[in-house]
Design a protein around this ligand. Structure first.
Ligand SMILES: *[C@@H]1O[C@H](CO)[C@@H](O)[C@H](O)[C@H]1NC(C)=O
Ligand SMILES: *[C@@H]1O[C@H](CO)[C@@H](O)[C@H](O)[C@H]1NC(C)=O
Ligand SMILES: *[C@@H]1O[C@H](CO)[C@@H](O)[C@H](O)[C@H]1NC(C)=O
Length: 511
């Protein structure tokens, strides 16, 4: 039976490819020199071009957009050099079946199909610029690193580039240097050069075959090669050390950060324009050195309007900064540094505990504590917050606090007093929530600790309190809020009644 089905499938696919073959005679349309590939014409394109570099993209993804333009640029440059490489693109959002057949899992991504082999393409790293695409292709064909014979040649190169990868080899023809060429072929976004010059060896005080990263001609890092070294070791070394100690997140660095070989990222959210920034940054950077290769240190400027999206992604409000969060890119869990003291010791301790698996991830909600509503001050968490706070029968006074902040904890006794004060008042609830352990679905525009009233109306309304943290003014604030709520709710009732009556009329007419 099994074999039978397979036979039918074979027959069908033979028929289908026959149909496809007929269609394949049409010329393949191009967009800015890039073949527009589909399920129907891919086989034909593979047959016609012995080297076909295919760009898989989704037009609606922001990341794809930039790469589409750069890809078209690369195509026109390739045409000028009469290269045998042809570029093509596949819109994965349209060609869903084809993407599945080709096992495409990420966009944007690039693959080089050689000699029409659909099954074994060369994966190309995600290259952000047309120059990088061309470099990658060139390095696959010819020598992948430029040979440098004297110091002045090297100096003119390092003057031009932010970072240069230099291979120093006693023998620049055979042996370990081949490994270096292989590495260079794989890393198209950095300039590589090779030298056997004694002058350069002695300038950098190097005696053995080595790879050196040069930042503006200064040695940044060195890696000694031995017969045991494999390509992946060198790539890892370069990828870890090409990043500065602290990388600021922006349009240029975002893909480097996301594609980093280091999977643990410590992210500092801070407003660079605010005072105190320099001190925190210094502490952050000093700690970074110790964790190189284990943790990538990233800075996100919370004062930069273009970072709105990324702040939203992390659910960090600008007003909360400065704060530090660890992100495990493997499982996407986040861990908040539980302190507002951001010095070397605190950051180091946090990194250490995290790597030892001793830190608890930041959860959207803590579990509802046993007897949360039995104490005078009700204990809210993410899950029960909305249900309690937005209750049209209760005026709910909430303290938003951070468990680790002493300023927050100082308000606990005051809230006990408030709860006592309202003990016999049916329509007032006094509550508190640890806002660093629980996410709530309201706009928080201030830092904790903060006090807000959720008045007893149907609308989901929040009234922030901004007076002194003392019993009397808060009681006045709550009572004023209650009175207002009573008035507003009466209006709401009238509106609701009108609405319901209109609904009734409408149903009557329909009948
Ligand atoms: C896709 O993956 C499946 C299973 O791993 C494999 O059988 C198939 O040949 C792959 N297709 C291509 C085009 O690589
Ligand atoms: C990051 O997540 C992965 C996958 O869950 C896990 O194996 C790894 O231990 C985590 N890293 C740390 C440092 O907790
Ligand atoms: C609150 O009132 C109840 C009775 O209504 C009383 O039993 C309880 O002791 C009071 N609690 C406080 C903290 O005063």
């Amino acid at each position: 039976m099994q074999i039978y089905i397979v036979c039918i499938e074979l027959l069908l696919s033979a028929c289908l490819s026959g149909i496809l073959a007929k269609k394949e005679d049409e010329p393949i349309s191009e967009d800015k020199g890039v073949l527009v590939l589909t399920e129907n014409n891919l086989n034909q394109a593979l047959k016609q071009h012995s080297q076909l570099l295919v760009h898989f993209y989704a037009p609606l993804s922001g990341e794809s957009l930039g790469s589409i333009l750069e890809f078209a640029k690369a195509a026109s440059e390739l045409k000028e050099t009469k290269s045998s490489v042809k570029l093509g693109k596949i819109d994965v959002s349209k060609e869903k079946d084809l993407a599945k057949v080709l096992n495409v899992t990420t966009v944007p991504s690039l693959r080089l199909y050689i000699s029409g082999d659909k099954y074994n393409p060369v994966q190309c790293p995600v290259l952000k610029s047309s120059t990088a695409i061309l470099t990658w292709l060139k390095r696959r064909e010819g020598p992948s690193a430029d040979l440098i014979t004297d110091l002045s040649q090297l100096e003119s190169l390092t003057a031009e580039e932010e970072l240069v990868v230099l291979g120093l080899f006693k023998d620049v023809e055979t042996g370990l240097v081949r490994l270096f060429y292989d590495v260079a072929a794989d890393i198209a976004d950095l300039p590589f050069c090779v030298t056997g010059s004694k002058q350069i060896f002695s300038k950098y005080n190097i005696f053995d075959d080595s790879v050196v990263l040069l930042r503006k001609s200064k040695t940044a890092e060195m890696f000694k090669l031995t017969s045991q070294t494999v390509k992946e070791d060198v790539i890892h070394f370069i990828r870890v050390h090409e990043m500065p100690l602290v990388t600021e997140y922006n349009g240029m660095t975002s893909s480097k950060i996301l594609n980093s070989v280091v999977q643990n990222h410590l992210v500092l959210f801070t407003d660079k324009a605010k005072k105190g920034f320099k001190q925190i940054y210094r502490a952050f950077k000093s700690t970074a050195k110790e964790y190189r290769g284990k943790i990538l240190f990233v800075l996100i400027d919370a004062g930069e309007p273009r970072n709105g999206r990324i702040l939203e992604y992390f659910r960090v409000r600008r007003e909360e900064s400065p704060l530090v969060r660890m992100v495990n890119l493997t499982d996407n869990l986040q861990y908040q540094l539980p302190s507002d003291q951001l010095d070397i010791q605190t950051i180091t301790d946090f990194c250490q505990s995290y790597l030892q698996g001793k830190v608890k991830p930041k959860l959207q909600s803590e579990p509802i504590p046993d007897g949360w509503d039995k104490q005078p001050v009700k204990e809210l968490v993410g899950i029960n917050f909305e249900r309690v706070a937005f209750n049209e029968k209760k005026n709910v006074l909430v303290l938003f606090y951070a468990a680790w902040s002493s300023e927050s904890r100082a308000l606990f006794p005051l809230f006990e007093d408030l709860a006592k004060h309202y003990n016999d008042t049916e329509d007032v609830v006094v509550a508190r929530i640890d806002i660093t352990a629980n996410d709530v679905n309201i706009l928080m525009t201030d830092r904790y600790p903060s006090i807000k009233l959720f008045p007893a109306v149907y609308a989901e309304r929040v009234v922030p309190y901004s007076g002194p943290n003392e019993l009397e003014p808060i009681v006045e604030f709550v009572n004023a809020g209650r009175a207002q709520a009573k008035e507003d709710k009466a209006k709401e009732e009238i509106e609701r009644k009108k609405y319901l009556d209109a609904q009734k009329e409408a149903t009557k007419e329909e009948l």
